[in-house]
Design a protein around this ligand. Sequence first.
Ligand SMILES: [Ca+2]
Ligand SMILES: [Ca+2]
Ligand SMILES: [Ca+2]
Length: 385
Amino acid sequence: MLLPLKSCAFSTRNDQVRRPNEVRLCERLHILWWTFDFRTSVCSVSCAGKIKRMLLAYILLLFISCGPLAEIRETVEPDVTPPVFLGLRTLNELEIELEFDETVFCDPYCIQIHPELEISGIIPSGEKIIIQVSQQVPGQEYILEATVLDAKGNSLSFMAGLYGFNPAVPLMVINEFTTRGTGNHPDVVELKILSDGDMGGVTLYQGTPGNWKDRLIFPGFPIAASEFILVHFKPEGILEEIDETEAKDISGGLDASDSAYDFWIRDGSGISGNNGVLTVYDRPGGALLDGVLYSNRTSDSDQYYRGFGTRNTMERADELAEDHGWQITEAQIRPEDGINPEGSTGTRSICRDSSSTDTDIKADWHIVPTLGYTFGTDNSDEIYQ
Ligand SMILES: [Ca+2]
Ligand SMILES: [Ca+2]
Ligand SMILES: [Ca+2]
């Protein structure tokens, strides 16, 4: 009697049908024995060639479909998952660190960086690898392409962006700003530089790295202590609006200053008028250099977002506080902790004092009288009454 070979094993000695899931691993040799015993008895009455082919198929199917292999699979639990890329950071001008969720391996020829950086070596470090590269340009945007393998040979190919390491980020503060700009005086943020350095990769956010509306990543250019940068958040989109990295008197446009480097948020629609966060970091997602919270609201202004009005503003305020950019008076940052912009206009700007005092509290700030704005120069100490 022949039985369907794919679904079951059987004994030629007692004609008992056995289901595959009843076959134990330790019986594998017995299965072989049954097979050859079966072949011997059948060959005596049948055509040998045809039966041999059937028997070979039978043996193969036994090993493919029966229980023991399924049990082995469960025991071995093979790793078929590729590594997961968790992130990267530039350690210095010559090294980039990549992090994964498991130990990975790769060769220098499996990594490319555009614009080209030469790869001179790879240092494995547990779940991280350090790529040794030729000199990065501060603030230059690079795209890294790589393929890595885990210990089982599962591969991951990915692309990631990075900005050239800047070893000379200057100290700076957000020194003056307007959020209620008008047609002739649109919203502006003034940065005051406090130490010599290079602006490459420094990033100004309307918001924070984790939640922002506008972001300007500065190109590399040298800058000195006491110089100013103006960032215009609502340009007209005219040709005269030029980002200045060499001379300060090139750009035209509303409220451009010949005594400051002007930059323009392309397609920017302005800064939130009543309630928001401005921050500047040493690179995208890097370390906070300065930040400010402003709000005309209170904790009782709404019941869902601790008074901030929107989830976005609340999250930005929280991130500013987590990065120690603003002092808080209770367990969580509140709208009342911020500068109240009421009374400010396009020419009554919100200013630090003329010494640019920065203690991360609203008392550092005041609103100047009408036409008291000083974009591109030191601030006025006059106060709007
Ligand atoms: Ca200028
Ligand atoms: Ca500060
Ligand atoms: Ca000023």
